[in-house]
Design a protein around this ligand. Structure first.
Ligand code: HPA
Ligand code: ZN
Length: 350
């Protein structure tokens, strides 16, 4: 809960979330519960001594790769279709309570395939969670397959082939491709061939860039066909590129609490929210890996409000841009924009 007197307004404001990893919604409680159920041996290290010890360790990530080692270990407890479905459902319930009306969620199949979980098990489970959210919460969803940068390119090509063979992009099961994991180290353009193939098929593309890496990671992602940038906070270091991103309406999916927890910034006030607003850059505010960073989407909205004291009008712009940049049809966009308009009108009158 933020200090702000517009906390209630932020809570009810209709939101779209564009940057959340479903595996990043695995809480320490659920990790221990599933490890026991699925007979998974967790590491024999102090961090995994108890749920509380793991919680405490999550408060002290030193950088992206330090976090990723816990994130990839955590997801090793997921074995059955129902594990994937329950995890997605647990996220959607929290998102719904935070005022999310539409969510575009990532998952990392390569990492599960590496431990011999069938592609179908992973996708069927996550899709079941998405369908339940649509049916029971009226929350629309989009599922984005993420390639990971720390594994060999071959493993990304394998899951891409599995997705194509399953006709998941044509059949509205998967709605886009992204990339994530270790930013600095592997070649910036490691997914050039896969993105080129996906672009030719008209598959929507996004990419994690400009989180730890400098602005050249963003320009490379755009060159490869990404039409959205996940994080992108280091865009401010390249004013010409920032101007282009603003002009082309590229969405940045900003995750303020993640940036703080992974030490990309030492204060939320250093996330360039004000600079992006002033430069006309479109962005949404998101949770990234809420179970690891200690905050879901509303916590991120509140953290931004505490740091920047935005006006109702500025929040309206953020909410509307989030809708316009979503990968949904015009009808759903119109519906969500109408909800925002009604909500803001009511708030202003009260
Ligand atoms: N950055 C890169 N990879 C990730 C992240 C992130 O913030 N979260 C989960 N995988
Ligand atoms: Zn992310």
């Amino acid at each position: 809960m933020c200090q702000s007197d517009i906390h209630d307004f932020l809570q009810g404001l209709p939101k779209c979330e564009h940057h959340v990893h479903l595996e990043g919604c695995l809480t320490p409680d659920l990790i221990f519960e599933l490890a026991e159920k699925n007979n998974v041996q967790l590491p024999n290290s102090p961090a995994y001594e108890s749920v509380e010890a793991l919680h405490d360790r999550y408060g002290h990530f030193s950088n992206l790769d330090d976090f990723l080692s816990f994130y990839f270990t955590g997801m090793s407890v997921l074995h059955h279709e129902s594990d994937f479905a329950d995890l997605a459902w647990s996220y959607f319930q929290k998102a719904h309570a935070d005022g999310v009306h539409h969510a575009e969620v990532f998952f990392d199949p390569q990492v599960h395939r590496d431990r011999d979980i069938p592609y179908e098990t992973i996708v069927a489970g996550f899709v079941a969670g998405c369908h339940r959210a649509e049916k029971e919460l009226g929350l629309t969803t989009r599922l984005i397959l993420c390639f990971v940068r720390h594994l060999p390119l071959d493993s990304a090509a394998r899951v891409y082939d599995e997705a194509l063979a399953s006709k998941h992009f044509e059949d509205d099961v998967l709605h886009g491709l992204g990339w994530s994991s270790t930013e600095v180290g592997p070649p910036k353009d490691m997914f050039r061939t896969l993105y080129s193939s996906a672009s030719a098929r008209g598959i929507p593309l996004t990419a994690h860039a400009g989180e730890e890496g400098d602005a050249s990671y963003i320009s490379t992602a755009l060159e490869l066909g990404a039409r959205r940038i996940d994080h992108g906070i280091r865009l401010v270091e390249d004013p010409a590129l920032m101007e282009r991103v603003a002009k082309e309406g590229v969405l940045l999916t900003v995750c303020p609490i993640s940036n703080l927890q992974l030490r990309c910034v030492d204060d939320i006030a250093k996330v360039p929210i004000r600079k992006f607003l002033d430069a006309g850059v479109c962005f949404s505010i998101n949770s990234d890996d809420p179970a690891y960073f200690g905050g879901y989407i509303l916590d991120n909205y509140c953290a931004v409000q505490d740091a920047f004291s935005l006006s109702v009008g500025e929040w309206r712009v953020i909410a509307e841009n989030s809708v316009r940049a979503s990968w949904i049809g015009e009808e759903r966009k119109t519906e969500l924009l109408r909800r925002i308009d009604e909500y803001v009108q009511k708030y202003v009158v009260v």
